[in-house]
Design a protein around this ligand. Sequence first.
Ligand SMILES: Cc1cc2nc3c(=O)[nH]c(=O)nc-3n(C[C@H](O)[C@H](O)[C@H](O)COP(=O)(O)OP(=O)(O)OC[C@H]3O[C@@H](n4cnc5c(N)ncnc54)[C@H](O)[C@@H]3O)c2cc1C
Length: 268
Amino acid sequence: MTEPDVASSDATNVRTSIQRDGDAYVINGRKWFITNAPYERTKIFIVMGKSDPENANRHLQQSQILVPKDTPGVTVVRPLTTLGYDDAPLGHAEVHFDDVRVPADNILLGEGCGFEIAQGRLGPGRIHHCMRLIGSAQRALEFACRRSVSRETFGRKLADHQSVLEDIAKSFGEIEQARLLTLKTARKIDEVGAKDARDLIAASKITVPMMAQTVIDRCMQMHGAGGLTADYPMAEAYNYARWCRQADGPDQVHMMALGKQIVRRYAG
Ligand SMILES: Cc1cc2nc3c(=O)[nH]c(=O)nc-3n(C[C@H](O)[C@H](O)[C@H](O)COP(=O)(O)OP(=O)(O)OC[C@H]3O[C@@H](n4cnc5c(N)ncnc54)[C@H](O)[C@@H]3O)c2cc1C
């Protein structure tokens, strides 16, 4: 979905064109931050673009289409980094599509269904990120706890300093809160489907990456300079938590959507 040339947190901005030409579609556009694009086992892309840019309904202008990675005109231009990490071998890349022709059958669900598909798929995917982030935060806290009972400053173990205990206690509580919210969200998805669980999906998407970023940052601090190095898992985990606040849509967009959903319940 995401393109360097437009604000892609509003998916109606997407500019890549998907034009019907006989029994084929022709795709032109530039994408970036395409996760797994550089990976050698990635064989096919799902590309979102505009098939009907003049449609009065902005949510029916988009389509999604399957594009094999080896189709002529597809170029994986460069891998991208976040805070210096390339997340190899999966990675995130800039990808260009220049007069790429694929069979008309490759369109998913039908022309104009791109937005609908994006909404359906991204919900459960967000919860998977939350699960991994809870694991990352938990691991960082375990490292910090071990560190706190072995490292000494000013004649005492770190764990004997009140502020260190507070950081550990707060982190423990925040991880447990996030775990329960994610579990509740997953259960609601199972019971009523992703569409009707979108309030809790958004709540998880907003709170869990921020929780992980905060907890991992505290644990990094307790490790001194070493905490910022690759000798410990915190730096890479911090990068993951930080980019999850942007990937699948930035915090602000999810807050906007969730806020609207909630106040609508109180509108006469
Ligand atoms: C590591 C990583 C992996 C990614 N993987 C993928 C992928 O596989 N496929 C894909 O398509 N995309 C992917 N993305 C891209 C991601 O989905 C986009 O970055 C995101 O949707 C935001 O789009 P943008 O970068 O164009 O930011 P913009 O749309 O330009 O937004 C910039 C900023 O504007 C602010 N903003 C936007 N709307 C509002 C609002 N309503 N209220 C207040 N502030 C607002 C927010 O602070 C936002 O961060 C990935 C991103 C990262 C970092």
